[in-house]
Design a protein around this ligand. Structure first.
Ligand SMILES: Cc1cc2nc3c(=O)[nH]c(=O)nc-3n(C[C@H](O)[C@H](O)[C@H](O)COP(=O)(O)OP(=O)(O)OC[C@H]3O[C@@H](n4cnc5c(N)ncnc54)[C@H](O)[C@@H]3O)c2cc1C
Length: 268
């Protein structure tokens, strides 16, 4: 930890409302125009953890998101919830990224910040749902990480003690700087007040493109160009509807028996 407290970075992804979104089966992509956008719910728990740590230990919170221009609304919401600085990585050359190309861009942006103690991510997103980006960012930055953190026990100058929930619970002590991915059990995100929302409206959101990151990563390793994996096919599982029949009247039991015989559930 520097003399200025804990320098925290929170990674935030804007996702479509997963209850309403449609998938383009032809292209294998999400039709983002089919549903309103929101901040990935897990990332709000990461941000709340950051705010609680800052309240206790002092320091600063920088939120970073990679996505289209509309992701600014999630960053502005993060500013209202207690972040100090917000950065949007947006550029055609960053689009169409698989998880490792996404992680390289996020890691390059974190390097560009110049120094950090702790990176917080959601355990996964509700759209991509891979849970890969957090650990991959840690690998690219060559720092330790703990996934599925459900409790932060202690932070000292050079280490953090956390509980990870992988079905069984594990206690970890890791050196800082480190990255944590967090579960919903970690905390309850608070809502911003109207005053916070109004204050956040006046704050600036920094926009960085691929060129802004070029000093820290080869731009050919971002976006679709840097992605070695592609979605070949999206299959939406069909919904099975069970048939329900209600038998009424004196012969109900006989009718039921007939159906059971026909179905081979009872021997004739
Ligand atoms: C094989 C493959 C091909 C893909 N191709 C495309 C494509 O062509 N076009 C397309 O739009 N998408 C594509 N995607 C989706 C894209 O890779 C993901 O949206 C992105 O990499 C994040 O992955 P995820 O949603 O699974 O995040 P997870 O790994 O589940 O996210 C974990 C955490 O990482 C952080 N995080 C994740 N993404 C971001 C972000 N963008 N900004 C800031 N923080 C973030 C958040 O804290 C989040 O909670 C593809 C995915 C795969 C697996």
């Amino acid at each position: 930890m520097s003399g200025k407290g804990l320098r925290i970075v929170v990674l935030i992804k804007q996702v479509p409302d997963i209850e309403k979104v449609r998938f383009d089966v032809e292209t294998g992509r999400i039709d983002r125009s089919s549903a309103p956008a929101e901040t990935n719910p897990f990332d709000l728990h990461a941000l709340e953890a950051a705010v609680q740590l800052k309240e206790k230990l002092g320091g600063s919170i920088t939120v970073i998101s990679m996505g289209p221009r509309q992701a600014e609304s999630s960053l502005r919401d993060a500013l209202a919830r207690g972040a100090d600085r917000a950065i949007l990585l947006t550029d055609k050359r960053l689009a169409g990224a698989d998880t490792i190309a996404t992680s390289r861009a996020l890691a390059a942006a974190i390097r560009k910040l110049g120094g950090f103690d702790l990176i917080l991510c959601g355990e996964k997103t509700v759209d991509g749902d891979t849970g890969q980006v957090g650990p991959e960012v840690a690998e690219v930055l060559d720092i330790p990480h703990v996934a599925y953190v459900c409790e932060i026990r202690e932070v000292t100058d050079d280490k953090i003690t956390v509980v990870s929930d992988m079905g069984d619970k594990y206690l970890y002590e890791v050196k800082l700087p480190a990255l944590l991915t967090v579960t919903r059990e970690l905390n309850t995100p608070r809502l911003p007040t109207l005053r916070d929302v109004l204050k956040a409206r006046k704050k600036q959101i920094e926009i960085w493109d691929a060129d802004a990151l070029a000093q820290y990563e080869d731009p050919d390793r971002f976006g679709i160009k840097g992605s070695k994996t592609i979605v070949m096919k999206v299959v939406i599982p069909g919904v099975e509807h069970r048939k329900g029949i209600i038998f009424r009247g004196e012969d109900a039991a006989e009718k039921l028996l007939e159906v059971l015989k026909e179905g081979g559930f009872v021997k004739p």
